[in-house]
Design a protein around this ligand. Structure first.
Ligand SMILES: CSC[C@H]1O[C@H](OP(=O)(O)O)[C@H](O)[C@@H]1O
Length: 359
């Protein structure tokens, strides 16, 4: 069995079909952006970072087989494919951020009279291929910053962590975001126990996070989403750490459905609540969470499991894939690869960092 969600080598892209995990480990070949769009839409690959990486690598594979007569034609082709990939899933911003970055870069470089089609293609494809390594490096930085703060609060004593959904190697290029914080705690021999929620209705927790935790022999317990309040009431939970699909300018955070209620319960029990957010999931263009588009998934993803009905036939279902946690409930802070920030300071701090990078 494997934890490698994405296999990429010299233009060959395969994704681990996460709809079959943890019982079957099968890879799917992705040969172009249509294939990339489909595996993302069906959630055969999922997780905000993995969505962007698979989307862009599916374009790299297609570009290898595409001939363009001018740099402008190439730039327009790349832009149109990126815009198409963004439509697969609307809430996570990572694919949108990647589309914005690569569209600006390819159109800017295409306008350079000295640029050739061959060189422009190579520059963009190499940059997209580097997303894999950059994601892992960012996740490890997030992991260390998160572990630093959690252990400061615990006076370096081993901690019990509650996490939600899947934010590990199956949602990223590797290591993970919230699960990366948990891996960093484990690497410091400071992880007493992990509790993971099953995360209905797709069961990312029961099927994917539990799989990762068992695979790595971490001390872990699966709980139903409905048990979270009693868990924080009865067990000594040191912190709740979750991932992010889109953190906006004021720190409001869109994440897997169920995150918001975990934040409310954590507040009630005075348990610090952290969001692990590499800046690939940051969206400064939206002022607050009211404007985040929430994806609604098909009813049958809620009314059946592996094709077996679990609800009364004919009942209507409401199946939002995400909810928005207000910044004031993110009491531990937002953990980025540049450091841990309070939600209200995030925009200014990241603005300073980006400004210094451009200077
Ligand atoms: C590394 S954060 C992944 C993020 O994406 C998940 O959503 P989905 O499984 O629907 O792609 C969940 O919200 C995680 O926090």
């Amino acid at each position: 069995m494997t934890l490698e969600a994405i296999k990429y080598d010299e233009g060959s892209l395969q994704i681990l079909d996460q709809l079959l995990l943890p019982f079957k480990s099968e890879y799917i070949d992705v040969k172009d952006t249509e294939g990339g769009w489909n595996v993302i839409k069906k959630m055969q690959v999922r997780g905000a970072p993995a969505i962007a990486i698979v989307g862009c690598l599916s374009l790299v594979v297609e570009l290898r087989a595409t001939h363009c007569n001018s740099t402008k034609e190439l730039a327009d082709f790349i832009q149109s494919k990126l815009e198409y990939l963004v439509t697969a899933r609307p809430t996570a911003v990572n694919m949108g951020n990647a589309a914005k970055y690569f569209t600006e870069k390819v159109q800017r470089l295409a306008s350079d009279d000295g640029m050739s089609v061959k060189n422009l293609k190579k520059i963009i494809m190499t940059d997209m291929e580097e997303m894999l390594a950059k994601d892992i490096a960012g996740n490890k930085a997030v992991g260390d910053f998160g572990a630093d703060d959690i252990l400061t609060r615990s006076n370096k004593q081993p901690v019990c962590i509650l996490t939600h959904c899947n934010t590990g190697s199956l949602a990223t290029a590797g290591y993970g975001t919230a699960l990366g914080v948990i891996r960093s705690l484990k690497n410091r021999d400071a992880l007493k126990h992990v509790y993971c929620t099953e995360t209905r209705p797709y069961n990312q927790g029961a099927r994917l996070t539990a799989y990762e935790l068992v695979y790595e022999k971490m001390p872990a317990t699966l709980v139903c989403d409905s048990m979270a309040a009693m868990l924080m009431q009865r067990k000594n939970i040191s912190a709740v750490v979750v991932g992010a699909d889109r953190v906006v300018a004021n720190g409001d955070t869109a994440n897997k459905i169920g995150t918001y209620q975990l934040a409310i319960v954590a507040k009630h029990h005075d348990v610090p609540f952290y969001v692990a957010c590499p800046t690939t999931a940051y969206d400064s263009t939206i002022a607050n969470g009211d404007s985040i588009k929430i994806e609604e998934r098909p009813s049958q993803e809620m009314s059946s499991i592996n094709g077996v009905p679990v609800a009364a036939p004919g009942i209507q279902c409401w199946n939002p894939g995400f909810d928005v946690t207000p910044a004031e409930l993110i009491t531990g802070g937002i953990i980025t690869e540049h450091g841990l920030f309070k939600p209200h300071e995030l925009k200014d701090k990241l603005g300073l960092i980006n400004g210094s990078k451009k200077a």
